[in-house]
Design a protein around this ligand. Structure first.
Ligand SMILES: [Zn+2]
Length: 114
């Protein structure tokens, strides 16, 4: 499972969700609201199910994703503070950064060879 795919999918999913909620509130007419709600269900249910499976794997420490930089797989997870992250043997700690957290950055593993 490529990390980059999931990274952007969750970001875009959250963004679309927020936009739809705002739209529904701003427009305020019930037919639009119904359409928006069914669209949200279509998006949120599959994402939620996958998220639940990933959450279980994450808790068991068995979630692995493909590194966006070198393609190796490594343990992945998520937290409120870091968002989605993964650890790559060669690239180090990979996580989101930037004002919207839309950029994927890596932190080289600390060089404590001495
Ligand atoms: Zn890597």
């Amino acid at each position: 499972m490529p990390f980059r795919l999931w990274f952007y999918l969750t970001k875009i999913g959250g963004l679309v969700f927020a936009v739809l909620v705002v739209l529904a509130v701003v427009l305020g007419d019930s037919r639009t609201l119904e359409t928006v709600i069914s669209a949200m269900v279509l998006i949120v249910v599959p994402l939620g199910l996958t998220g639940a499976v990933m959450g279980v794997l994450m808790v068991c420490g068995k979630l692995r994703m493909k590194c966006p930089f070198c393609g190796r797989s490594g343990p992945a997870g998520g937290s409120k503070a870091d968002g989605m992250w993964m650890e790559c043997e060669t690239c180090g700690f990979i996580h989101g950064a930037g004002p919207l957290g839309l950029k994927i950055v890596r932190e080289e593993p600390a060089d404590d060879a001495e």
